[in-house]
Design a protein around this ligand. Structure first.
Ligand code: ADP
Length: 434
């Protein structure tokens, strides 16, 4: 026990107050005793002064001990309260304890020993109760803090949701705008191309060499522009999920041969050899021939664009499991493993400076990626900077048109400089590597 305890005795009998004082001092407890003889004074003194323990008579002249205890506890006075009662009636004791008494002592058993025991016990209980109350208060505060945080988080979540909705709306507007603009641009472009072709026909009169050269330029630039507009239109349609494949049975070798033929003059202009190798007996597939050709033209045009010398080779291969592979191999500038992670993203070009050497929209591979996914296929890329690249597309011989067969891309690396890009199918939820 600490040095001097501040004790308050509330009792109208002076003899009883003296007894408490003597019993405690005889037990060697150092006390500073205050005495009051009625409940009213007790309440007012306890509101302003702190005591280590209060001993109170259960029968005071102005009110009984039970109502005094109730009042004190109702006023949040936390001091240990020990009731000194005449009789040890169990019922009364229970009521007192329920009202907030810390302990009780029957007058007839009052002695130095019992009083110190009860005092110690009451102080310990009070200390434990205070600690529990403090812990409870802290818990309550942290609970309230958590509630506040939760409310803030919920507010933020709702704001993010709202932003997402706005973004989605803007993205849809953008796609719609792209689709409308591309569509509107196609009509005049087709007229320009058509009239340029007519002008070049001899039956409309012979053009001078210079005139023919200019009209040819109009024609070539018109075709190029139309190709760019078509790319933007395809991309907008793919983004909106409006592009549908039109599958039919066709000869893949024939379509590949046509695509190679269309790109030959471009390859020759750069003195690149362009070879087609067909390594499969059965070249019939069920797919969209227009879209397959589009993929081939895009890969070939990239291969020619990014190759300064050497050769470009297109290979058709038979794979097990009723699948076929189309590979476009070049000896061009190659792509680093870091860059390979981005080239399938829309508008991604490795040289995005205004003065870049290689023109283009940066949409080609994004469109190929989406088309291959729609066809249930996979794209693999192997490349080494300064050596060349191979884009290999594996497709089912017969595509199925389940709308859930949408896929997303992932990139895996074999070794620095040589890597493969692997497409994963969401429905399969697995990755396949070459
Ligand atoms: P674009 O060709 O219109 O720029 P693509 O989506 O077809 O757009 O290609 C994206 C980028 O990927 C290209 O800008 C280029 O940096 C890179 N790339 C594509 N194909 C090749 C290739 N065969 N060799 C080297 N880099 C390539």
């Amino acid at each position: 026990m600490k040095e001097t305890l501040r004790i308050l005795v509330v009792d109208d009998d002076e003899l009883d107050r003296r007894t408490v004082y003597l019993a405690l001092t005889q037990a060697g407890v150092k006390i500073e005793l205050s005495e009051v003889s009625d409940a009213k004074t007790a309440i007012s003194i306890l509101r302003n002064t702190t005591y280590d323990c209060v001993f109170l008579d259960d029968r005071l002249p102005d009110q009984d001990g039970l109502s005094l205890i109730k009042k004190l506890r109702a006023s949040e006075i936390k001091v240990p309260l020990v009731v000194i009662t005449d009789q040890g009636d169990e019922h009364i004791v229970v009521e007192l304890m329920k009202a907030g008494a810390t302990d009780y002592l029957v007058k007839s058993r009052l002695s130095s020993i019992t009083l110190t025991q009860v005092l110690r016990h009451a102080m310990r209980i009070n200390q434990v109760e205070m600690q529990a109350a403090l812990a409870h208060q802290q818990l309550k505060e942290s609970h309230e803090q958590l509630l506040r945080k939760n409310q803030e988080l919920e507010k933020q979540r709702q704001q993010i949701q709202l932003q997402n909705l706005k973004l989605l709306e803007v993205s849809q507007l953008k796609s719609q705008f792209l689709a409308t603009m591309s569509h509107e641009l196609r009509t005049p472009m087709n007229a320009i191309i058509g009239f340029a072709q007519i002008l070049l026909r001899p039956k409309f009169g012979k053009l001078t060499y210079q005139q023919a050269d200019m009209v040819e330029r109009i024609l070539n630039n018109g075709k190029h522009l139309l190709m760019l507009v078509n790319e933007v239109l395809d991309f907008a349609k793919l983004e909106e999920g409006r592009l549908a494949l039109q599958p039919e049975l066709f000869d893949l070798a024939k379509v590949t041969n046509t695509a190679v033929g269309e790109m030959r003059s471009l390859a020759e202009a750069k003195k690149l050899s362009l070879v087609l190798k067909i390594d499969t007996a059965n070249t019939v597939v069920f797919n969209d021939p227009v879209r397959v050709k589009q993929i081939l033209l895009n890969l070939l045009s990239n291969a020619i664009k990014f190759t300064e010398s050497g050769n470009i080779c297109v290979e058709l291969q038979e794979l097990g499991d009723n699948r076929v592979a189309i590979a476009v191999r070049d000896t061009g500038i190659g792509i680093s493993s870091q860059d390979s992670q981005h080239i399938f993203e829309a508008f991604r070009q490795l040289d995005q400076t205004i003065t870049r050497k290689y023109p283009g929209t940066g949409l080609g591979l994004a469109i190929i990626n989406s088309l291959v996914q729609m066809m249930g296929g996979k794209i693999f890329l192997e490349s080494q900077v300064g050596v060349g690249s191979v884009f290999r597309i594996e497709l089912p011989r017969r595509i199925s048109l389940s709308p859930s067969n949408k896929t997303s891309g992932a990139v895996q690396f074999d070794s620095p400089g040589i890597f493969s890009v692997v497409q994963t199918t969401r429905s399969q939820n697995s990755e396949t590597r070459i």
